[in-house]
Design a protein around this ligand. Structure first.
Ligand SMILES: *Cc1c(COP(=O)(O)O)cnc(C)c1O
Length: 421
C-alpha cells in the first residue's frame, strides 16, 4: 500500500484513486489537465495556524511572515494572510503580489541583497513594516529616496558566519556570503545607519539557509547575533527549517523548532525582544503535490519514465540534487522497478528524481510527486515553450483554481510584431 507519510495530511487512497482535500486526483487531471500543482488547502491553513501557535504560545512577542518567494502566487499569499501571517518579500514584484493578496503593509518585511531604487521606492510608498538593510549601498539609497526625517523602520541583515549544513546553493549565512554584512562589518553599518538620521534601526535580521535539519544551527544563529553586544528591540531570524522529501528523512517538528528558537532567544537575548520568523519551505512544501501524466516509458540500460512536465515545473533536482518520492496513482500494490522519473525537456539533467521504485508505469498513468509546494511553482519556466501549470486548491471535496494554466497565447503575448509580419 502507498506510504502516505510524505503526502499532504488529507491524502487518502480511494480504490485506484488518490484524494487530496477530498478531491479525486484523477478528476482533477481530467478537468484541469497535467501537469498541475494541487494544494491541500485545509492542511495548509492548519499548518499556518500551527506555526503561529507554536511561536506565540511560547513567546507572545512573535510574528510569522510567509517567505513569498517559496510560492509567489497571490492565491497562496491570500490564504496565508487570512490565517494571520505577515509576508516576507524580495523586491517590488513580490511586494506587489502581497499587496494584491490583501496583506497589511505593516506586516510586510522586504529583504534582498540587490534592491534597486524601484524596490526601495515601492517599499517606502507602501509603508511596509521593515526594510532589511543588506549593505551600505542600501543605506545610501534609503536616505536618498526617503529624505530627512523619514524615520524609515529598518533591520540590518547580518551574516552570522554559520556555514549551514545544507546544499551549498542554499547556505546563506557563511562569512563569505553575498547576503548581509559580516559580523566584523556590523558595528560600522550600525553607526552608518544612525549617522544618516533617515533610517530608524529597530533590530537585526539573519537567515542562514534553507532545508536545515539541525536545530543547533538556529541556536548558533541567535548566539552570533547576541555576540554583537548591543540589544535591539527586534530580531528577525529568517526561515530555513527543512522538510522530509524521502521516507528516510527526519526533521524537527515546527514545535521543536519554535522551542529551540525561543529557548535560544531567552538565553542569549533575554526575553522581551520582538521575534520574527520567515518560513517558506517548511510551511508550504509538504502541502502540495504535482500531478503528471506518463508520456513514454523506455527500458534501456536504465528505465526512463518520462512525464509531461519536468524542469519547466521542478528545478529542485537539477539545482540542488533534491530527490522526491513519486507514486503511480492506482498501482498501489504492484511490484516496483527502479526507474528515473524524467521530464520532456531537452537536457539529460531534466530529471525529476532518479532511481525511484515505480510500480509498472504505463503511458497515460498519473504520477503524483509529493512535497512540491516550495520553490517548484517559483522557478516554473517556459523551457521548450512549456506552459506553466495551474495551481488548484482542494478542500472539503471542492477544487478551486488559484492560478490557471498558461496558454500558447500567453507565450506569444510579449512578442512584438515584426515589420511585414
Ligand atoms: C528564502 C528566505 C526565507 C525562507 O526560507 P525557507 O528555507 O524557504 O524557509 C526566509 N527569509 C529569507 C531572508 C530568505 O531569503
Amino acid at each position: 500500500m502507498l506510504d502516505l507519510s510524505l503526502f499532504p495530511p488529507s491524502a487518502r487512497v480511494d480504490g485506484e484513486d488518490l484524494l487530496i482535500g477530498g478531491c479525486s486526483l484523477r478528476a482533477i487531471a481530467e478537468r484541469f489537465g497535467t501537469p498541475a500543482f494541487v494544494v491541500d488547502e485545509g492542511s495548509l491553513r492548519e499548518r499556518a495556524r500551527e506555526y503561529r501557535t507554536a511561536m506565540t504560545s511560547r513567546y507572545p512577542r512573535a510574528a510569522v511572515c510567509f517567505a513569498v518567494k517559496s510560492f509567489p502566487s497571490v492565491s497562496m499569499i491570500r490564504v496565508l494572510v487570512s490565517e494571520g501571517l505577515g509576508c516576507d518579500v524580495v523586491g517590488a514584484g513580490e511586494l506587489r503580489m502581497a499587496l494584491a493578496a490583501g496583506a497589511d503593509p505593516a506586516t510586510v518585511v522586504m529583504h534582498g541583497n540587490a534592491k534597486s531604487n524601484a524596490d526601495i521606492a515601492a517599499a517606502l510608498d507602501a509603508g511596509i513594516g521593515y526594510i532589511v538593510v543588506d549593505g551600505f549601498d542600501d543605506i545610501d539609497r534609503i536616505e536618498r529616496l526617503a529624505g530627512p526625517g523619514a524615520a524609515v523602520p529598518v533591520l540590518l541583515r547580518v551574516s552570522p558566519g554559520i556555514d549551514a549544513h545544507t546544499h551549498q546553493a542554499m547556505a546563506t549565512g557563511g562569512s563569505a556570503s553575498k547576503f548581509g554584512v559580516s559580523v566584523d562589518q556590523a558595528p560600522a553599518a550600525i553607526s552608518r545607519i544612525r549617522a544618516g538620521g533617515v533610517a530608524d534601526l529597530r533590530g537585526l535580521h539573519a537567515h542562514i539557509g534553507s532545508q536545515i535539519t539541525s536545530l543547533a544551527q538556529f541556536e548558533a544563529e541567535v548566539a552570533a547575533l547576541a555576540a554583537l553586544g548591543e540589544r535591539f528591540d527586534v530580531y528577525n531570524l529568517g526561515g530555513g527549517l527543512g522538510v522530509r522529501y524521502e521516507k528516510a528523512d527526519t526533521t524537527p517538528t515546527i514545535a521543536e523548532y519554535a522551542q529551540a528558537l525561543v529557548d535560544a532567544v531567552r538565553r542569549h537575548l533575554g526575553g522581551g525582544v520582538e521575534v520574527i520568523v520567515e518560513p517558506g519551505r517548511s510551511l508550504v512544501a509538504p502541502m502540495a503535490v504535482t500531478v503528471y501524466r506518463v508520456v513514454t516509458v523506455k527500458r534501456n540500460a536504465r528505465t526512463h519514465v518520462a512525464v509531461d512536465g519536468g524542469m519547466g515545473d521542478n528545478l529542485e533536482h537539477s539545482l540542488y540534487g533534491q530527490c522526491f518520492s513519486p507514486a503511480v496513482i492506482g498501482r498501489w500494490d504492484g511490484p516496483a522497478q527502479l526507474a528515473d522519473l524524467v521530464g520532456r525537456h531537452c537536457e539529460s539533467g531534466d530529471v525529476i528524481t532518479p532511481d525511484v521504485p515505480l510500480a509498472d508505469p504505463r503511458i497515460g498513468d498519473l504520477i503524483a510527486v509529493p512535497v512540491t509546494g516550495a520553490y517548484c511553482f517559483t522557478m516554473g519556466n517556459n523551457y521548450n515553450a512549456a506552459l506553466r501549470p495551474p495551481v488548484i486548491y482542494c478542500a472539503d471535496g471542492a477544487a478551486r483554481l488559484g492560478v490557471r494554466r498558461e496558454t500558447l497565447d500567453d507565450l506569444l503575448a510579449r512578442e512584438m510584431p515584426v515589420n511585414g509580419a
